[in-house]
Write a protein that binds this ligand. Structure first.
Ligand code: ACO
Length: 371
């Protein structure tokens, strides 16, 4: 049996984008606790892509670039309208549209650093617009254009609902974006790096990463957590429901982590946000149920919640449709994927590991009528 199944514990590259050391997550050496408390998502994008925090002037310029690139073309909106939207997972839709965004970019295959930096801005800026437009098209509504006086977080909520969001919602959503922005060599980031290490283009890298994030063992877990909460329905049912899952050796979504064994440092922020938002909405049952599940799973299995567990009730309290939770993760993680893609290009070597062969040997071909 392979000792490194799932590449557990394998150090596959060097990176200066983010680190997980002794259960602390840092972006460019800044602790996530510090950034979650103080930074805007725009600042975090700058930090990840430029290896340092921006000056006020740089941040103003960077924010302007993002805002002015948020709108998507009529051609893209028409293409989105022509695709099936009902009974389609938004992550599948997003994967398709990010890929086709590259078709409208004359510089898609220009691999110069300047061209890649411009593409990075375009992709990062347009991804919230695409997710919001998908949601509206699916609901039979007109997509909404971004507003130049709203921040990144505020613009997404505005484009989703065609309403200027309140300050509390913007602050909470900004924090969620900051917390999800990067996470060392997670599955989707590794996918992006493997893809561009062939010297494929940045659109291919992001498209591949979206495909990897979609799975329920990765980004898809936040939606699965909410589905579980809905299925449980009431705090009184939690104990029975979770004990049954554990007895059946089923996985409890939003718990466990390949790297963190002492807890995911992002979870406490999301737990606090979930509590605060539930007090504001007055619908505290999702938070209460989550805490109860957390207590049981921790006591019974010693497993702690990961980033996906409390983010489910946070997004629900913000009035976001459940199947948009993972696309929102993608909006944020695009910043980290891009940072890793740019880092990969800077010092590239094809990523091509080996497999230990365990199949049959010395086979001789038999004609089909003799098999
Ligand atoms: N519920 C119940 N048991 C679990 C859970 C869980 N959530 N997570 C791990 N375990 C158990 C496994 O059944 C296994 O037990 P066994 O040794 O008795 O068979 C043991 O803990 C080790 O689990 P693995 O799945 O081998 O751990 P791995 O490191 O491969 O997986 C993962 C990590 C995928 C996150 C896993 O904990 C999991 O499936 N969690 C649920 C899905 C989830 O929340 N994913 C989001 C992760 S964070 C992110 O990607 C953003």
């Amino acid at each position: 049996m392979l000792k490194t199944k799932g590449l557990e514990g394998v150090v596959a590259t060097t990176s200066s984008v983010s680190s997980i050391i002794e259960s602390a997550l840092t972006y460019q050496g800044y602790d996530i606790d510090d950034l979650a408390e103080h930074a805007s998502f725009e600042e975090v994008i700058y930090l990840l892509w430029n290896e340092r925090l921006p000056s006020q002037l740089e941040l103003t310029h960077h924010t302007k670039q993002l805002t002015s690139n948020m709108a998507v073309s009529t051609e893209l909106i028409n293409q989105m309208k022509s695709l099936p939207v009902n009974n389609i997972h938004p992550m599948a839709f997003l994967r398709t549209i990010i890929s086709s965004l590259g078709l409208y970019d004359n510089d898609a295959d220009n691999e110069s650093l300047e061209a890649n930096q411009q593409k990075a801005i375009r992709i990062q800026a347009k991804i919230p617009t695409i997710v919001a437009a998908f949601s509206r098209i699916r609901d039979g509504k007109k997509p909404v254009s971004p507003k130049s006086d709203l921040c990144f977080a505020g613009n997404f909520l505005y484009m989703l609902n065609e309403e200027i969001p309140d300050k509390v919602s913007i602050k909470a959503f900004n924090k969620a974006l900051v917390l999800h922005a990067d996470h060392e060599l997670n599955a989707s980031t590794f996918t992006a790096r493997v893809c561009v290490a062939t010297l494929s283009d940045i659109y291919s890298g992001i498209t591949a990463a979206i495909g990897a994030l979609k799975g329920p063992l990765h980004g898809g877990a936040n939606e699965a957590v909410m589905a579980m909460l809905m299925d449980i329905g009431d705090a009184a049912n939690v104990e029975n429901y979770i004990q049954n899952l554990l007895a059946d050796k089923k996985k409890i979504m939003g718990f466990g982590h390949r790297v963190y064994k002492d807890g995911d440092p992002r979870a406490k922020h999301l737990k606090e946000m979930s509590k605060q938002l539930s007090m504001i909405t007055g619908e505290n049952k999702w938070y209460d149920m989550s805490v109860k599940i957390d207590e049981i799973v921790t006591a019974e299995k010693g497993l702690l919640p990961n980033v996906d567990f409390y983010s489910a009730s946070v997004y629900h309290s913000l009035g976001i449709k459940h199947d948009l939770f993972t696309p929102i993760f993608a909006i944020s993680r695009t910043s980290g994927w891009i940072a890793h893609i740019l880092e990969q290009y800077k010092n590239n070597r094809l990523i091509r590991p080996r497999a230990e062969y365990v199949g049959p040997s010395k086979q001789t071909y038999k004609p089909i009528n003799k098999r």
